[in-house]
Design a protein around this ligand. Sequence first.
Ligand code: KIV
Length: 267
Amino acid sequence: MQKRPRSAEIRNRKGMPFATVTAYDVSFCEAIEAAGIDVVLVGDSLGNVILGYDSTVHVTLDDMARHGAAVARAAVRSHVIIDMPFMSYEVSDEEAIRNAGVLVRAGASSVKLEGAAHARRIAAIVAAGIPVVAHIGVVPQTAALHEGFRKQRNRAELLADARVVTEAGAFAVVLEMIEGEVAGEITRDIAIPTIGIGSGPQCDAQILVLNDLLGLTRNPPPFARPYADLRGAATDALRRYADEVRSGRFEREPVVLLPTAEPPRRG
Ligand code: KIV
């Protein structure tokens, strides 16, 4: 039986491109594994795309543990990263370790936390035996308090952040909305894989929010081109079902499965 890749194996993928994606439930985690993707992130984007909040600050440790556990139950051969939510790691090393432990008990293979300013917490959690993914560039949990969701271009600062989280012991780092050339320079500079989102093609790996990728998000960010139109397909299926019930045809004629929509043409 194929096992979940561990953090050390993912660290060794430096220079070998791999795809990762967010997941929040069992059905989509099964589809992700069927597609051959073996690193999933239970992101706190859960708050926006599943729970309907306008920001990730409302997401709780219980939310992450519940959805993380669902994904982990479905993840037979995937490494499951679970996000530490806002205010679950800021207060002290002890609290951060305890909360990371809650996520590991829920099924996390590793945890992710935002910001190079919390490098000390990364070191503390790693010292407690829990692998950590770092996240620099735009950090959504506090972005609204600072510059918002603006492309990050400060080369010296971003390089320093990448080095700090690497030295703290992170085994990979998410680069969110970092100018492409700077992301490329960071990728060449540090020994751990960079996982880009809105940071150009020069990162070691890429991550997309599942609902953006599948065309389920009403207003996806400009860098997230959908590979399907599941919102359209779902609406169409629901409309046909409702029509059949209203017209008395429900269960009187066979269900006709329509072919799935062609992915949008690129280039
Ligand atoms: O929460 C999330 O989905 C994330 C990705 C944007 C990397 O952190």
